[in-house]
Design a binder for this molecule. Structure first.
Ligand code: FES
Length: 571
């Protein structure tokens, strides 16, 4: 076994060794724990302000059990926790900040291996990004989805149900009292959103990348098997340290290609595009928007889960979970079977015998839930660096569409005008929202699935083409073109659109176009001025350094890694 890095703190017979051990001993640890056993850091995103991760102290205790059993020394530490719902203006503004906390907490401390506890949307990518830049042996445990929401005898999915019911309230088909009654019925247990939103998607990405034990993605948060998995993960990380199974041996180009394909097969969130590119950037693995188009867009969606389908994550687990999906992909030749995973086996070995217990929830590759349903990349003069659309959640009749733009300069203007009965809009128009990208919001909020005007909803219309530089919640749906790059606030062509312009969406041709001549656009560009920079603090640093969505929206100076070496002592 290679010398443990923790021994350069705890194994010393000098003044510094005294200092490093003595202060730790104030927690009651006996001297023999510093004898050279692997020190395992448990990176915890527990917070009462992140309700999706509120059970993580319990999960950490089970990880510790496993670490002790395998002869390691577990030490739990907190990092910045990002609650997707309460955090304003958007949790995404802080993903990169949290990743810096994770990176420096791991690198600066006497840790040999890391267990990442991840759940709510941004807590997964921020931990993977930070850990990747250090590149120690690392394994993830997700918090697991909540139990299925139940309301008036029906399933009620996180997020997805909110968008559906608020449309019903706006169209006058649901009393507002019922809407508020549903609040307590949607989220009735611990865990993260139980639709195939961003949290479930990213938990699936962790598993598809090989960064967890098999089965991690779907076990409900309150199922005893979630805690068994945590204990087994604790045992495994100690062995990973002994094998020197560092992150870069798992997060290869093949692993990311597997994740892209898995995301298509589960009908996963568009947010996975940004997060996977950012994680790959930290790992030094080349990955770009075109990889999603090339590898994922023509794949079928196998999983019938909201928002693309009707079931929920609990059903997905009982049907077999992600191992079943990965086996279907492997048998169809759409998976790199030899990619190494955290348990020391290849992904092909892990999933070879994965059964399916419910074909209504997980369809076979040969008879998919939806064909050609992956995330599709669009280009054209409205998004020269690309935009994305999630086909599994879009309306087929709108995929070829030409309509008059109704433009909102920012989210405040959208909110102030969308419910105005005098707004000149009908169902054939294209709603265009600007200044909601990484620099513009700032933080690229999940506002791209703009609610439809009430007068359109009252006609029974439930979808319109919408285009923005924003993201949308993984729980959302509709014919929504997202992540238009460059964003409006960076001077992208989106900034030049005016109400009344014609916009054409041509998904078959992979294009989104503004039908305005170049001379007119040049005149508009001459009049455009960039928004002012935030005055100070994190927002200022973020806006000055954030990359565009197609580059993963990381900060330019965070791309790559610095390894785990810290030669200088603290005193
Ligand atoms: Fe936390 Fe959805 S809000 S996972």
């Amino acid at each position: 076994m290679k010398p443990l890095r923790s021994q350069s703190w705890f194994g010393r017979k000098d003044r510094e060794g005294f200092i490093y051990r003595s202060w730790m001993k104030s927690d009651g640890w006996p001297h023999d724990l510093f004898d050279g056993r692997p020190v395992i850091g448990i990176c915890n995103t527990w917070s009462e302000l992140t309700p999706c991760n509120s059970h993580f102290r319990e999960i950490a205790e089970f990880v510790k059990r496993g670490v002790w059993e395998a002869g390691g020394f577990p030490l739990e530490f907190p990092v910045m926790s990002l609650g997707e719902v309460p955090l304003r203006p958007t949790a995404m503004l802080f993903r990169n900040l949290a990743s810096m906390d994770v990176e420096e907490s791991i690198r600066g401390n006497p840790i040999d291996g890391v267990v990442l506890l991840m759940g709510c949307d941004k807590t997964t990518p921020s931990l993977l990004m930070g850990a990747a830049s250090v590149n120690l042996p690392t394994i993830g445990v997700s918090g697991g989805p909540k139990l299925s929401g139940k309301f008036h005898g029906h399933d009620l999915g996180s997020g997805t149900g909110v968008w559906q019911m608020s449309e019903q309230v706006n169209s006058g088909t649901m009393p507002v009292e019922e809407f508020f009654e549903a609040e307590s019925c949607m989220h009735r247990s611990k865990g993260h959103c139980m639709t195939m939103g961003t949290a479930s998607t990213m938990a699936s990405m962790v598993e598809a990348l090989g960064m967890s034990l098999p089965g991690n993605a779907a076990i409900p948060a309150v199922d005893a098997r979630r805690y068994t998995l945590a204990q087994l993960t604790g045992r495994r990380i100690v062995q990973m340290v002994k094998e020197d199974l560092i992150m870069s041996r798992i997060l290869t180009r093949e692993a990311f290609e597997n994740a892209i394909r898995a995301n298509a097969a589960i009908g996963g969130s568009t947010n996975a595009v940004i997060h996977l590119i950012a994680i790959a950037g930290r790992m030094g693995v080349p990955l770009c928007l075109d990889d999603f188009e090339k590898l994922g867009s023509k794949l079928p969606c196998l999983v019938n889960i909201q928002p693309s389908g009707k079931h929920l994550m609990e059903d997905f687990y009982y049907a077999g979970g992600l191992p079943t999906v990965l086996r279907e992909l492997a048998e169809a030749g759409a998976l790199h079977r030899n990619a190494l995973t955290a348990n020391g086996k290849t992904v092909g070995e892990n999933v070879a015998a994965a059964p399916c217990w419910n074909r209504e929830v997980i369809h076979p590759y040969a008879d998919p839930f939806k064909p050609n349903a992956g995330i599709t990349v669009l280009r054209g003069n409205l998004a020269p660096d690309g935009a994305v659309i999630k086909l599994s959640a879009a309306s087929p009749h709108l995929l070829q569409h030409r309509g008059r733009a109704v433009v909102f300069e920012n989210i405040e203007e959208f909110h102030s005008r969308i419910n105005d009965e005098s707004l000149d809009v009908d169902e054939n128009c294209v709603l265009v929202l600007k200044n909601c990208g990484p620099k513009g919001y700032p933080g690229m909020a999940e506002v791209g699935n703009m609610p439809l005007p009430p007068k359109v909803l009252r006609k029974g219309v439930t979808d319109m083409v919408r285009i923005s530089d924003a993201r949308m919640s993984g729980t959302a749906y509709g014919t929504v073109v997202l992540h238009a790059c460059p964003e409006a606030a960076a001077g992208g062509p989106l900034a030049l659109v005016k109400s009344g312009d014609m916009v054409a969406l041509d998904v078959a041709g992979r294009a989104v176009r503004l039908e305005v001549d170049d001379a007119t656009l040049a005149k508009r560009r001459a009049q455009w001025t960039p928004p002012p920079l935030p005055k100070r603090g994190w927002e200022r640093l973020y806006v000055e350094h954030v990359l565009q969505a197609h580059e993963g929206a990381d900060l330019d100076f965070l791309v790559g890694g610095s390894g785990s070496g810290v030669p200088r002592d603290s005193h």
